[in-house]
Design a binder for this molecule. Structure first.
Ligand code: KIV
Length: 282
């Protein structure tokens, strides 16, 4: 049997991400579709198929209506067009809270059907036993503490967390608990900067910040936010690196006006016209 040549690129693995603690920053971006994932795959270390797709792709008000089928379908699309980045797929609201067994079955579906290399679970001490159950059974878990969008109703909106010492301590305890349970990394979302910094110092696993701290071991943002496509609102922690909304608008406006004026389609876009007859035949 021939060995796989060492030059064949392979995906970044969970142990390699784990080993990046305190090393070069880990770059994480979301992607939900195959063509965008293919581009992100050339640059980022981790692609997160986040349940933010509920808001970004499906126009939902929050992530609560996201289903397992959505996550599996988008996970499949993303994993099929990528070969370098580690693919992490979010466990949607309602897919892991009921019991460890239900969480296990759904995590297995995300890996077996959705192409996930690892799953992400929102929660702290409350989900630690579930994280322990999954990791003991070979499912790599990225945890998610601080602002947890799946708890938006309970939290009364998307608000920064850890504003006083007591709540900052609760978030630290959550982060320590998910590490203890076996998570290979943890997303820290929407917390006061010193909280993100302190958690990063205290933990042995990499922290991935989003509105957390520049001291985190990596950073994550939503792809439609950095590209300037999603313009419903802009959280403080988002930086736009492009304004594709404007470019898409301009392209669509040009197409509509050319169809209305008769400028499109031109001969070169048609078969069997005088100017293209030669090309059509070859
Ligand atoms: O769903 C998502 O995209 C996320 C990131 C914003 C961390 O959880």
């Amino acid at each position: 049997m021939s060995k796989v040549p060492s030059t064949v690129p392979r995906r970044l693995g969970v142990p390699e991400v784990r080993a990046r603690k305190g090393d070069t920053p880990i770059v994480v971006l979301t992607a939900y579709t195959a063509p965008i994932a293919k581009i992100v795959d050339q640059h980022a270390d981790i692609i997160l198929v986040g349940d933010s797709l509920g808001m970004v792709i499906y126009g939902m008000e929050n992530t609560l209506g996201v289903t397992m089928d959505m996550m599996i379908n988008h996970g499949k699309a993303v994993s099929s067009m990528t070969k370098n980045a580690l693919i992490v797929v979010d466990m949607p609201f309602g897919s892991f809270e009921e019991s460890k067994e239900v969480a296990f079955r759904n995590a297995v579906r995300l890996m077996a059907e959705g192409g996930a290399n690892a799953v992400k679970i929102e929660g702290g001490r409350d989900v630690a036993p579930t994280i322990d159950f999954l990791t003991q059974r070979g499912i790599p878990v990225m945890a998610h503490v601080g602002l947890m969008p799946q708890r938006v109703q309970a939290m009364g909106g998307f608000r920064a967390q850890g504003k006083d010492e007591a709540s900052a301590n609760e978030i630290l305890k959550d982060a320590l608990a998910v590490q203890e349970a076996g998570a290979f990394s943890v997303v820290i979302e929407g917390v006061m900067e010193p909280v993100g910094r302190k958690i990063t110092e205290e933990l042995d696993i990499p922290t991935i910040g989003i509105g957390a701290s520049a001291a985190c071991d990596g950073q994550v943002l939503v792809i439609d936010d950095i590209l300037g496509i999603f313009d419903e609102f802009k959280p403080k922690f988002v930086k736009r690196y492009a304004n594709l909304n404007k470019d898409i608008n301009a392209a669509i406006e040009d197409f509509c006006s050319e169809v209305r004026s008769g400028a499109f389609p031109a001969d070169e876009h048609l078969f069997g016209t005088k100017s293209t007859a030669k090309k059509d035949a070859s």
